[in-house]
Write a protein that binds this ligand. Structure first.
Ligand code: B1M
Length: 210
């Protein structure tokens, strides 16, 4: 098994310590950081995605893989050159105002990062004003809103309304997700997409950018 295949397997199995050690070893041996990501780390996550969708892997296992991936990414990301960093793939993400749930949102962040997105995570209880300020500051093309409460999902609507009032609606795609959210709710509030899970969020964001 090559180092790339071994690294992918460690990510798939969620072995964060082994991913960290092998990534460090590959970097120290002069390995190309972009190749370590594309031929090793992301290959491991690409094994996870279809298995999760098929119900052969569950959320805790996906989170272990995502954490293992993050260990490797933390080592190689600072080594990427400016040209390799996907400047046009910036996504702003946060849990909307009044809502403190972040487990699902954090999973989306990890999976998005695994897809090469530059993720600006605003955290929880994020006001519409803070989303707007971040879109302007980072010139983001995608915004992800998370909500877990039937009360706070209404703040997704308020956030989209402020983005529209600020004249930014035509320049950003807005994705929404969270347990109480549905495709029909996304349509009702004028979002560009509803993501049932982290994997579909990554796929939808990639499709919208292309
Ligand atoms: Co809360 N809580 N909670 N809670 N909590 C729920 C949501 C609830 C359904 C439990 C219940 O009653 N059965 C209920 C909501 C009822 C409702 O609104 N109809 C509830 C309640 C009532 C509350 C409090 C009000 C309880 C209280 O204090 N009385 C309170 C509210 C606090 C607040 O936010 N202001 C509260 C507090 C908490 C804890 C702090 C204890 C904790 C959160 C810890 C944390 O997040 N750091 C908590 C938890 C853990 C839950 C449950 C048990 C689990 C949520 C979770 O993490 N799921 C939840 C019950 C449940 O959902 N079964 C519940 C796992 C996660 C991986 O899935 O978040 O759905 P999920 O994310 C998925 C997708 O939805 C999607 O991708 C993710 C990964 O695949 N996705 C996105 C999510 N966001 C996305 C954004 C995107 C794309 C996809 O953008 C592009």
């Amino acid at each position: 098994m090559s180092d790339f295949d071994q690294l992918a397997d460690y990510v798939f199995k969620g072995n964060a310590a082994a991913v960290k050690d092998l990534t460090r070893k590959m970097v120290d041996a002069g390995g190309n950081p972009m190749e370590i990501i594309s031929k090793g780390l992301l290959v491991g996550m690409d094994i996870v995605t279809p298995k999760f969708k098929a119900g052969d892997m569950y959320v805790p296992e996906v989170m272990m893989s995502a954490r293992a991936l993050a260990e490797g990414m933390n080592i190689v990301k600072p080594l990427l050159t400016g040209a390799e960093i996907a400047v046009n793939k910036t996504i702003i993400i946060g849990t909307v105002s009044g809502d403190l749930h972040d487990i699902g949102k954090n999973l989306v962040v990890l999976i998005m990062e695994s897809g090469g997105f530059n993720v600006i995570d605003l955290g929880v209880d994020v006001s519409p004003e803070k989303f707007v300020a971040a879109i302007k500051e980072h010139n983001a093309k995608i915004v992800g809103l998370s909500a877990l409460l039937t009360t706070t999902m209404l703040n997704m609507k308020a956030t989209i309304e402020l983005i529209t009032e600020e004249g930014l609606r035509d320049s950003v795609k807005i994705l929404v997700g969270g347990a109480p959210v549905s495709q029909s709710f996304a349509n009702e509030i004028g979002a560009d997409g509803y993501c049932a899970d982290a994997m579909s969020a990554k796929e939808m964001a990639s499709t919208l950018l292309n």
